[in-house]
Ligand binder design. Sequence first.
Ligand code: TUI
Length: 312
Amino acid sequence: MKINELLNVKYPLIQGGMANIATGEFAASVSNAGALGLIGAGGMTTEILKENIQKCKELTSQPFGVNLMMLNPYVDEMAQLVIDEGIKVVTTGAGNPSKYMKAWKEAGIIVMPVVPSVALAKRLERSGADAVIVEGTEAGGHIGELTTMALVPQVVEAVSIPVIAAGGIASGKQLLAAYALGASGVQVGTCLLASEECPVHENYKNAIVKAKDTDTTVTGRIGGTPVRIIKNRMAKEYIKREKEGASMEELETYTLGSLRKAVLEGDIQSGSLMAGQVAGLVKEIKPVKAIIEDLFHDCEAEKEKLINFLGE
Ligand code: TUI
């Protein structure tokens, strides 16, 4: 079963959580385009999340969800807020949401955690997850170790619930490949950053459009919180100091507020421009609806090409 049937949306595509970026307004534009929009609660307080939920409810009659980032200091409160607000779908990232599963399932919420391994996928299936989002290390932002290509089929083999592939998907070919790996749908982030509706600064969008294949790097590998961003002065200094054994406190001076700097002020040299390895494939800024429609249209065309190729 494709994931759109479970979620009651047109396309089997969900938007990545994108902390500090995915506002209620942005999530509504993704939902109005026929995919599942998500409010990224990562950089929010509980009150701000509540405001964004209200805004999203005003702007769309389509299903939408909330992404809860497990490292957020307010996550306990937020886990209750999504129940109180009648949110239908919750995705989680950057940690294990086991302790909230029972309450969410009792509230009838569709829960789809992001998992970086087979072990966590199996554990969360046992806890009642409705699907798992299997995110490869190609993705932007906070990442796991394994690639989408290697991990998706291993999770597909290990669980019976639908698997959503994430990390490295921004074109029809990659969408088709995700289906070939056994996924029931996809999650995308980077290609949606370069949308007209995305609330990030114009400089951030242009940096994605300009990026080539090798233009992302990973900060925080040594400290245990790897984050994929576009290479810039901040990334270079961070990685240099990290290798020299700098303390967490010093490293935090580079990252603290740096995503906001990039998102709001367009500071592309000292800001943190989270993006996936597929940034090199993103060539223009388009409306969200066009990005999603083109992905599925191109996937159909690629399918025909593949059938011809394999039939030769
Ligand atoms: O969460 C993400 N991507 C994110 S979160 C974020 S905000 C942030 N910024 C700076 C530092 C840290 C966070 C930006 N991008 N993607 C989903 C994802 N989840 N990737 C990896 C994981 C993950 C990792 C470990 C999920 C579960 C997990 O469990 C470990 C355990 O406790 O078993």
